[in-house]
Design a protein around this ligand. Structure first.
Ligand SMILES: [Cu+2]
Length: 158
């Protein structure tokens, strides 16, 4: 009888763990030395750009997950620059995004945005959990100039 009572809290803890998220994607935000002069780069999605020139990047691991609750653990590995991550559903990973040249930003209002984590300070981590159906999802940073500097990646949900 005593054994049963001890087992119950453990079972509840496991259940709440799975309810929290079906899968985990570790997202890292990086920028390289000289990132401040990234203004002229044209490294957006669908632009057939040489991503080895990217001064900034969003990395997602894994980049394929099953449908369901997906938890994104986002860590800003930059030494000095604040970044963010916006998650938007896209129809293709070769589509060219609507872009406001003057502001140096993706026109986010024309995208189907599902969630975001804003103003992540260097060396900080923030989590975001989204219920995702099969499809392609863009993770990008929309701080001025960062998207075209290479700060995006695609996660596929199957
Ligand atoms: Cu950024």
């Amino acid at each position: 009888m005593k054994m049963r009572m001890m087992a119950l809290p453990i079972a509840l803890a496991l259940m709440s763990g799975t309810a929290w998220a079906d899968s985990l994607v570790r997202v890292t935000l990086i920028d390289k030395t000289g990132a401040a002069d990234a203004g002229n780069l044209r490294l957006g999605m669908g632009m057939n750009a040489d991503m080895s020139k990217a001064k900034m990047a969003v990395n997602a691991n894994p980049n394929h997950v099953p449908r369901g609750a997906v938890r994104f653990d986002v860590t800003n590995l930059a030494s000095a620059i604040v970044h963010e991550v916006i998650v938007a559903q896209i129809t293709s990973d070769s589509q060219i995004l609507p872009y406001d040249e003057g502001r140096g930003k993706v026109d986010a209002e024309q995208l189907f945005t599902l969630g975001s984590v804003n103003e992540i300070a260097p060396n900080k981590s923030v989590s975001l959990t989204l219920n995702l159906t099969p499809g392609k999802y863009l993770l990008y940073c929309n701080i001025a100039g960062h998207y075209m500097a290479g700060m995006w990646t695609v996660v596929e949900v199957q």
